[in-house]
Write a protein that binds this ligand. Sequence first.
Ligand SMILES: O=C(O)COP(=O)(O)O
Ligand SMILES: [Mg+2]
Length: 220
Amino acid sequence: MNPILIFDLDGTLIDSAQDLHAAACRLLEGEGLSALPLETIRSFIGNGIPTLVDRIIDATGLQTRDRTRLISSFLEDYQAHATDLTAPYPDVEATLNHLLQSGHTLAICTNKPQRPAEKIIEDLGLSRYFQGLVGGDSLTERKPDPAGLHYLQSSLGGGPVVYVGDSEVDAETAVNAGMPFALFTEGYRKRPISEIPHAVSFSSFKDLPALAQNLLSAPA
Ligand SMILES: O=C(O)COP(=O)(O)O
Ligand SMILES: [Mg+2]
């Protein structure tokens, strides 16, 4: 059984906040409203695009507009521009390559809908590293429900798993799944590192292989 590393996407493998912000600004402009700051949109990321749009609606008084229309128009626009300003964090690709070469199976469990998530990793040249991807709309439940992590673990051979993410939602998902959590500290978390349950934390992807090795070889 190969050891498995499952990664969150936004704020973990990729810094996607600028494209989500740009799509939010275009949505607001189309509705005749002024933009929201990047930090505000960054703080709305983590529970999927429908929730991000709900948070935009709440912040701007868009409640009178059709929510379903706003979500689909956001999604259509974002899908077309998802990698205009988005890039992997430093050393992500070299680390994925190293992990793959050293016998790990790699997958993604994100709350971003599956279609834009797949397009982003394809456009950024990362899709060849991953053998599975669960998005926020792939199953009936999304994070912090542990279903995505359990699904990936069993479909990828049932080996030991470390979940790697950047947010409170990811930490909660790992707790719910009973899996060790590696916290990337440079993403979109809202609380201090000490308030987020984690087995290990790291700020540089160069440090991840050694940390994962320790977690994967520790007795369950
Ligand atoms: O789309 C989101 O809000 C969050 O996506 P993530 O789960 O990859 O961080
Ligand atoms: Mg994230």
